[in-house]
Write a protein that binds this ligand. Structure first.
Ligand code: NAD
Length: 356
């Protein structure tokens, strides 16, 4: 099969890690007989420098015409003083909107070889965990009406959800659970919030009508936050609102050990998604060889699984990463302080290529 992939490297370490992920995809394509055709587009600070705006129309058109999009990261000190509408990060929000992406997937998994770096109790780390947070991305309190009273001494933000918004996000969660361990935990605060009561009702109705084969349970967000540090192996798929997902996904990512390992995906109604590492453009290490490419390489694996339904190919990348880590290879961010033999990002990518 032939797949057209739009690459949006962005700024800082973005171009390095996207180049590494591209090589990995090429190797997987060779091995499994697929043709991946790549086209690069500008977004973020580099687009501001070239076109005066963070998201040129050419990039929007190219991404919409592709089968899927891989993004590095955008931003950096050079553009920190730009007016709000011209900030590099605006490119991400605008691209998500243009592509109709409303669900964010963030896996948090402990790599068996990195259990020692896990901040959880050692027996919990030993047990391991592999959870997926499915977060609603375009609604809720972050997009609701907000303001202050005339005196300016009181403020409000509004949480609002429609059945349609809850249902389309929950549908993605149930579909994903079917490709994993068939267990969804719906996280809300229905003992207090009306939006959460609608959330719970809607998730249960959809479950009963269309996904009775998937195990479904409910958890208040405060309990879920505790469960992530008590024993995250309880979870398979968590489905939750925009704000709760924002907080829980950062918490879950931290318990795994390193920001350089964690992938993410944004999905909508079509198969086309946007795949990117959860970290930023790390301008402090750009061009030094210190950038760990694993988060971006694992994002490429997510693209194969969720946009192209190529599960064997995705597993091949994930297994190669696990093998290289098992063999003891480390980039500086995940190396022990006294480990002098750490690899550059590009050397790590070469080890992963060898393992594919
Ligand atoms: P960051 O994630 O870029 O960096 C935080 C720390 O982690 C830094 O010390 C960095 O060196 C390190 N780090 C990040 N990725 C790494 C990797 N792959 N390998 C090794 N070390 C890594 O966050 P920040 O410093 O707060 O932000 C830097 C810039 O990135 C800012 O302009 C910010 O707005 C932008 N940003 C962009 C995105 C995005 O494009 N999705 C997300 C977050 C931040």
């Amino acid at each position: 099969m032939k797949y057209n992939i739009a690459l949006v490297p962005g700024d800082g370490i973005g171009p390095e890690i996207i180049a590494d992920a591209k090589e990995v995809l090429e190797k997987v394509g060779e091995k499994f007989g697929h043709e991946f055709v790549f086209t690069e587009y500008d977004a973020g600070g580099c687009a501001i420098d070239k076109y005066g705006i963070p998201l040129p129309q050419e990039t929007i058109d190219g991404c919409l015409a592709s089968d899927s999009v891989m993004l590095g990261a955008v931003g950096g000190p050079k553009w920190d003083d730009m007016p709000n509408h011209l900030r590099p990060e605006k490119a991400l929000l605008a691209l998500r909107k243009e592509m109709g992406l409303y669900t964010n997937l963030r896996p948090a998994k402990i790599q068996p070889a990195l259990k020692d770096a896990c901040v959880l109790r050692q027996d919990i780390a030993e047990r391991g965990f592999d959870l997926m947070i499915v977060r609603e991305l375009t609604g809720g309190i972050y997009f609701g009406e907000r303001g202050r009273n005339e005196e300016g001494d009181a403020a409000y933000d509004t949480e609002s959800y429609s059945v349609m918004e809850i249902e389309r996000n929950a549908r993605n969660a149930f579909e994903i659970a079917r490709k994993r361990n068939c267990h969804v935990t719906s996280v809300e605060k229905s003992n207090v919030l009306e939006t959460s009561r609608l959330w719970k009702e809607t998730v249960h109705r959809l479950h009963d009508e269309e996904y009775p084969d998937v195990k479904l349970d409910d958890m208040y967000v405060d309990n879920a936050a505790m469960q992530i540090v008590r024993d995250p192996s309880f979870f398979d798929v968590i489905v939750t609102s925009n704000m709760f997902g924002d907080i829980l996904s950062d918490e879950a990512s931290q318990v795994t050990g390193s920001i350089g390992l964690l992938a993410s995906a944004s999905l909508g109604d079509s198969k086309r998604g946007m795949y990117e590492p959860i970290h930023g453009s790390a301008p402090d290490i750009a061009g030094t060889g210190l950038a760990n490419p694993i988060a971006t390489i694992l994002s490429a694996a997510m693209m194969l699984r969720y946009s192209f339904s190529l599960s064997d190919e995705a597993e091949c990348i994930e297994n190669a990463v696990a093998k290289v880590l098992e063999e003891g290879w480390r980039t500086k961010d995940i190396a022990a302080p006294d480990d002098e033999n750490w690899l550059t990002g590009s050397q790590m990518k070469d080890k992963i290529l060898e393992a594919i």
